[in-house]
Design a protein around this ligand. Sequence first.
Ligand code: NAP
Length: 280
Amino acid sequence: MILIDGKKLAQEMRVEIKSGVEKFKLERQRDIGLAVVLVGENPASQVYVRNKIKACEEVGIKSYAEYLPADSTEECVVELVKRLADDKNIDGILVQLPLPKHLDADRILKLVPTEKDVDGFSEENTGKLCMGKDCLVACTPNGVMKMLERYGVETRGKKAVIVGRSNIVGKPMAMLLLNADATVTVCHSKTANLKEECLRADILVSAIGKAKFITADMVKEGATVIDVGMNRDENGKLCGDVDFEAVKDKCAYITPVPGGVGPMTITMLMYNTLQAASRR
Ligand code: NAP
């Protein structure tokens, strides 16, 4: 079994991104800017935003943290995002989700121009991904693809099974694997024979959000198992969707939680911001 070390890979990629940022600055004589919009005081969101700003500092991207109070009016948030959309110093805009309930998240996200949509969540970027066109790709599934590439996991002609069909993980993951010539099955909570589907997977990606849900009897001998889940176990310890200890010896490759997919996600945000800047 080979452990896919997301922490190490993310660090290596940050070094590469940093040199890409330095090269960009020399050639274009300007900074790369990422605006992070946070409305309200959701503690988890505050941690995510802090980590994103820290990652920017690490790779030399200039961050613009835009904090608004939880009771901000929709017009106030709309004005801010419009201003950032027009600002030539800003290459990427990230609106931290979830937004407070009184705000129309869909309307606000639609104001982020496609070329600044570094989360890759927009309808335009999602559509381009489906059509196999060049675009900004959602960070978590794109991070998974980088892991597979860097560890030399073959996708062409392989059977990939994804458990989870969310717009931010499961669906873009399916498109990326399909674009990489895998034969893809997407499973969800209404899938009839989940165990049988999973057992067919050469590459099994779990993005469910249920602690230790994928058990050893669901994994084929020699499979690659990618665990996107971030959950707490019965002792409050961070764990994935996969019962790692039971599954690991059956796998050719497996990602741990923590230290797997998680560290790649913010790194891919830095990657996307550099991409967005380079295209402008
Ligand atoms: P989500 O929007 O809640 O989607 C969960 C998906 O899992 C849904 O499609 C759901 O099916 C499916 N599902 C739920 N129970 C199931 C079951 N018993 N059998 C089969 N499928 C089942 O979650 P998400 O945003 O995609 O996130 C998934 C997990 O990844 C969470 O733990 C989240 O914290 C984690 N995550 C991690 C990162 C990272 O950077 N590591 C990033 C994003 C998310 P239905 O569609 O039928 O309801």
